[in-house]
Write a protein that binds this ligand. Structure first.
Ligand SMILES: *Cc1c(COP(=O)(O)O)cnc(C)c1O
Length: 458
């Protein structure tokens, strides 16, 4: 018979996780004010809150940890990291930061001012937070197909060029410091952007002299999708595709906690020397000197290895196959999920799952809490709580999609964990008719409220 697919690694170090009882979970979630971010990790059996910084490092990365150079200036680990990034992306200038949002902070400190607008596909929440914090606006120009969960489109992260043109016509060139393309597009469900679309954005950018930056947390997963879904790329190496992708940008921000395969870290990289010079001042002020920027030498050493491992087809195939295995299983149970499946997560359509719970009562959050109560699984709401309030009117922004994201950490869980997760969702789905009410907010922060919000059941 045909041999089945199996992971290209075996497990060397194990970490125990524990199941709990429904009674315990009921008490814990109440104590956490119905905010899953407030649960202790020991109160969670399978943690799908995020794939950010939660992956397993390889033995090569752990070996690199021992060889990190902790020099304050001119660290060998930084020089090696910079070489790796130059080789992979073509960007000459590299500023290390402690994570992705720090790279955004440094970049926007020198490029974004009050009243500016930054168009692109759906911005990630920290990106939008850093833009709005500066009294600027993020303009979502994602293609309309992205919000139709029942519709197949191979590249639902694509930017709608007509919407970009519209933003330009409305606000004018001087208000647009850059276009940001997020690869893959986290906020629409880990959906990739095609090479063709990256090229079109590039043409727009050159035509109007507006720089393009890639928010690149999952650039390797994006390359995998280009290889497997876009005509003309099947025969290309992942690193060739990565290099071509970045050839259409002026720079990038990176959260190394995703496709860097490390637990902490980030960087900013670009071509322009002037921009590098001005960003450097902010890097030194906020992050640290130019050759460490908030990272230990050993972390930079592990990141160099991680970036190389993440840009192999073998790793990406196992990564994305595992996510899709879970997706297929949920689909077989009839559970409404976003298709095509994203790279790092499965997104459950909460409006379709719990049609009785009104959006004003936070449908996505309601479903996320039910999954925790049922099986000790921690997912995360990607819906109204995350979308936050309109900065002008302070009204809730109701996104078209109310989703629960089940993010799969890299190289962490096994296939039987995927089976357990699917069974948990099936059990909640079977009793969905009895879930009719959601939650109300007791307390919330002015920015990025979902992290600290306190809720009460209705
Ligand atoms: C995680 C992420 C960020 C922010 O990175 P942190 O390392 O969490 O600060 C920015 N953009 C995207 C697309 C992300 O996924």
């Amino acid at each position: 018979m045909e041999l089945p697919y199996a992971e290209p690694y075996k497990i060397k170090t194990v970490e125990s996780i524990h199941r709990s009882t429904p009674e315990q979970r009921k008490q814990w979630i109440r104590e956490a004010r119905y905010n899953l971010f407030y649960l202790d990790s020991d109160q969670v059996y399978i943690d799908l809150l995020t794939d950010s910084g939660t992956g397993s490092m390889s033995q090569k990365q752990w070996s690199a940890i021992m060889s990190g150079d902790e020099a304050y200036a001119g660290s060998r680990s930084f020089i090696e990291l910079r070489e790796t990034i130059r080789e992979l992306t073509g960007f000459q200038h590299v500023l290390p930061t402690h994570q992705g949002r720090a790279a955004e902070n440094v970049l926007f400190s020198t490029t974004v001012k009050a009243g500016d607008v930054l168009p692109g596909n759906a911005h990630f929440d920290t990106t939008k937070g850093h833009i709005e914090f500066r009294n600027a606006r993020a303009i979502d120009c994602t293609i309309d197909e992205a919000s139709r969960t029942d519709l197949y489109h191979p590249f639902k992260g694509n930017v709608d060029i007509a919407k970009l043109e519209q933003a330009l016509a409305t606000y004018g060139r001087d208000k647009i410091p850059m276009v940001i393309v997020t690869i893959t597009c986290n906020s629409t469900g880990g959906q990739p952007v095609s090479m063709e679309n990256l090229k079109q954005v590039r043409e727009f950018s050159l035509q109007h002299n507006i720089p393009v930056f890639f928010d690149s947390a999952r650039f390797a997963e994006n390359a995998y999708f280009i290889k497997t879904r876009e005509e003309g790329y099947a025969g290309k190496e992942i690193r060739e595709i990565v290099r071509e992708m970045f050839s259409y940008a002026d720079g990038m921000t990176m959260s190394s906690k995703k496709d860097g395969l490390v637990n902490i870290g980030g960087f900013l990289a670009m071509h322009d020397h002037e921009l590098y010079r001005s960003a450097s001042h902010f890097n030194i002020m906020f992050e640290g000197f130019l050759s460490y920027g908030g990272m230990a030498g050993r972390d930079m050493a592990a990141l160099s290895v991680g970036l190389m491992e993440a840009t192999t087809f073998e790793f990406l195939e196992s990564r994305i196959r595992q996510v899709h295995y879970l997706g297929e299983k949920l689909k077989a149970y009839g559970i409404p999920i976003q298709e095509p499946f994203g790279g790092h997560a499965i997104f459950v359509d909460a409006k379709k799952f719990l049609p009785e719970v009104p959006k004003e009562e936070y449908t996505g959050q309601t479903l996320a809490i039910e999954l925790y109560l049922e099986g000790g699984i921690r997912g995360v709401e990607i819906g109204t709580l995350l979308a936050d309030r309109d900065p002008d009117t302070r009204e809730n922004r109701y996104p078209e999609l109310e989703l629960v994201r089940l993010a799969i950490p890299r190289r962490v869980y096994t296939r039987s964990h995927m089976d357990y997760i699917a069974a948990t969702l099936k059990n909640v789905y079977d009793r969905r008719d009895r879930i009719t009410r959601g939650y109300r907010i007791l307390d919330e922060a002015p920015f990025m409220r979902h992290f600290t919000v306190e809720l009460q059941p209705l």
